[in-house]
Each structure stands twice: as structure tokens, then as C-alpha cells.
Design a protein around this ligand. Structure first.
Ligand code: XMP
Length: 305
């Protein structure tokens, strides 16, 4: 385990030395990694850092408001509303890797714009150790802004968390005073709810994934999962009153893990499962069925795409 009291001043000194008087941007997603990297870099260089939060329309419920609350103290914070552009670009795209590519490219376009406007010389990234390992193994095209360094001629890239595991990042976040909603928050993938919708991403399916994920996170928080969320699998028949309806099938997933590289499906009691089922079908419109995913990683992945 990293010694946080040593790590923080060392990392800040490294960031300040790299940047000198130059400016940097960081893509702030609201996740633990980018939030911690941003808070660390902001302590090191203040307004020379421009944190950029892109609202892709694929974020968790209330995410944008939370970002504004937690990071509003940074005067240089930029919030970009890009939901229409992301959802437009995803129209008709069904292949999982193609989805990631489309999202990655759109991210690059959004950041390119800000990088030009702010004349940023450096890019700060919240890359952590397991990201580097998975990228090297090329399991998935992983980084949301992976292509940005090629698109923008940065003088350098700063990755202050590059040698840390997730639980170490959480300790750093707590020490930096990042609110519990951030430091204890479950990981959320860069492509957002797009990887929790099987097949084409539509506003309708994103709505279901968002509302259901909110319920799952809320209900399962006490089980302290590494990640718990809902995904939209497709449609199936159900009954509503006297009618047969064709509604969404929602999968609930809750896993234990240390670093996301392997994971175990959590054993949940029947009562909890039934409560989830009843809250999701009762409050999320047009859901006809809820299933629980009992598959470990491997052979499954944590997300659905
Ligand atoms: P999988 O689904 O590959 O996920 O078992 C492992 C961990 O990584 C997250 N994940 C991603 N994070 N971009 C990201 O930034 C991605 O494309 C991506 N895909 C998965 C996932 O939430 C889990 O924590």
C-alpha cells in the first residue's frame, strides 16, 4: 500500500515541476481516478489546470450536478454539454468496439476544442496501474481520451496515479478531502452507460440503464460491491393489467473485485433481489423483467460490452 503522506507531496512536486508556468487540461469524468488526479494537480498548480467535464448524455443520474457541486471551487472548471453530439454519433452503431471507437473519437473532438481554446500545453490523465496493464494486453480499447495526444500537439502528458491501484487512489482521494461521494464511489466506465446497453444506444435505453443503475447503486451500497449497476439487454414480453406488453429486460450486476481485472458475482439474498426487482419494474417505465447476473470474470467481463 502506498504511503499517502509521502505520495501526495511528491506527486504535487512532480506535477508542478513538469508544468512550470504552462497550462494543462484534464478530462474530469466524475470517477475516482480523474477526480483524484484533478484535485492533486489543482493543489499543485491552481488555475493553470483546466478541468474539463464532458456531459456525454451517457452519465449516471445527477452526475453533472454533482460535478458542479464538488468541483465548483475550481474557477477554471469547464462543463461541456455534448449529449446531442454523442447520441447522434452513436445512431445505428451496434458493435461494442465500434461504440467505444465512436465515443473515443467524439471525446477527442470535444477536448481538442477546449485544448485549442485554452492553449493547453500539457495533458493530465488519471491513468492507474491496472489501466496500463489492460491497455498493454489490449483486452479492450480502454482509454476515453487515448487518441488525444496524437490529435493535439501536447508538450507532455502527466499521469500522477500511474503506479497506484484503485484502493490506493481512494486513500489519496480521502486524504485530499474529496467528498465521500467521489472517494468511495464505484468505478464508472469512460464510455458510460453505452456499455450497459446491449446493441444500439438510444435515448430510451439510456434512460432505462440510468434510472435502473441509480436504484441498484442505492440498494446495494451496503453490500460494498466493487461495482453494482443495471444493464439493458433487449426486450421481452410481460403483462400490465390485462395486456401483454413488450418491455425492456434489465440485468442487475453486482461484483466484488480488487482491480477490475477479475471479479466475482456477489451472492445476494432473495429478499434483496426481490426488492430490486420490485423497485425497478415499479418505477422505471417500460421494464417488464429483471434478471440477476451470476457470472464471474472470467468468463464474463464486468460491463456488458
Ligand atoms: P470489464 O467490463 O472489461 O471492466 O470487465 C473492467 C473495469 O473497467 C471498466 N471499463 C472501462 N473503463 N473505459 C473505461 O474507462 C472503458 O472502455 C471501459 N470498459 C470497462 C469497468 O467499469 C470495470 O471497472
Amino acid at each position: 500500500m502506498v504511503d499517502v503522506d509521502e505520495f501526495i507531496p511528491d506527486a504535487k512536486a512532480e506535477i508542478a515541476a513538469e508544468l512550470g508556468d504552462d497550462t494543462a487540461i484534464i478530462a474530469l469524468s466524475g470517477g475516482v481516478d480523474s477526480s483524484t488526479a484533478a484535485a492533486l494537480a489543482y493543489e499543485a498548480v491552481g488555475e493553470q489546470l483546466v478541468p474539463v467535464y464532458v456531459d456525454t448524455g451517457l452519465m449516471r443520474k445527477g452526475e453533472t450536478e454533482e460535478i458542479r457541486e464538488v468541483f465548483g471551487y475550481m474557477d477554471s472548471l469547464r462543463i461541456v454539454d455534448a449529449a446531442d453530439r454523442f447520441l447522434g454519433a452513436l445512431e445505428g452503431v451496434t458493435d461494442p468496439e465500434e461504440k467505444r471507437k465512436v465515443i473515443g473519437e467524439q471525446f477527442i473532438r470535444e477536448f481538442e476544442t477546449v485544448a485549442r481554446e485554452t492553449d493547453a500545453d500539457y495533458l493530465v490523465q488519471g491513468t492507474i496501474y491496472p489501466d496500463r496493464i489492460e491497455s498493454e494486453g489490449n483486452i479492450k480499447s480502454h482509454h476515453n481520451v487515448g487518441g488525444l495526444p496524437d490529435a493535439v500537439d501536447f508538450e507532455g502528458i502527466v499521469e500522477p496515479l500511474r503506479d497506484l491501484y484503485k484502493d490506493e487512489v481512494r486513500s489519496v482521494a480521502r486524504e485530499l478531502g474529496l467528498e465521500e461521494v467521489i472517494s468511495e464511489r464505484m468505478p464508472f466506465p469512460g464510455p458510460g452507460l453505452a456499455v450497459r446497453v446491449v446493441g444500439e444506444v438510444t435515448r430510451e435505453k439510456v434512460r432505462v440503464a440510468r434510472e435502473a443503475t441509480h436504484i441498484v447503486e442505492d440498494e446495494l451500497e451496503e453490500y460494498e460491491p466493487w461495482q453494482a449497476f443495471a444493464a439493458v439487454l433487449g426486450k421481452a414480453t410481460g403483462v400490465k393489467g390485462d395486456n401483454r406488453v413488450h418491455g425492456h429486460v434489465v440485468a442487475v450486476r453486482s461484483v466484488e473485485s480488487r482491480d477490475g481485472m477479475t471479479a466475482r458475482a456477489q451472492e445476494l439474498d432473495w429478499e434483496t433481489l426481490q426488492r430490486l426487482q420490485s423497485r425497478i419494474t415499479g418505477t422505471v417505465e417500460d421494464v417488464s423483467r429483471v434478471v440477476y447476473d451470476v457470472t464471474h470474470k472470467p468468463p464474463a467481463t464486468i460491463e456488458y460490452e
